[in-house]
Design a protein around this ligand. Sequence first.
Ligand SMILES: [Zn+2]
Ligand SMILES: [Zn+2]
Length: 107
Amino acid sequence: MKSILENARRCFICNRKEVLQKHHIIGGPRRTMSEKNGLWVYLCPTCHARLHNDPTELRNLRKICETKWLSLNNNDLDKWMRLVGTNYLDLIPSRPKEIKNNERSCS
Ligand SMILES: [Zn+2]
Ligand SMILES: [Zn+2]
């Protein structure tokens, strides 16, 4: 499936188009799942290498991806958890309390 995060074939971070690699948002054993569900982006080799050396950026990209996926899937967090197994949005330490409370009361 094509990426849910971008339509154009260009680096997700710096927009370069020359040389592109596919980065799967959820790697390891869930890489195939990631591919099938469009949880990947194109990256240039520079941004790709930098991303894999930066745990914070990797997590940020997962958050962006989860947010996007949820918006495309009626905020079905249970489905996301079955698919991915981790709720990255819950890992935001600086998340304002009122937003969390709102979400709790909606679910
Ligand atoms: Zn780039
Ligand atoms: Zn990668």
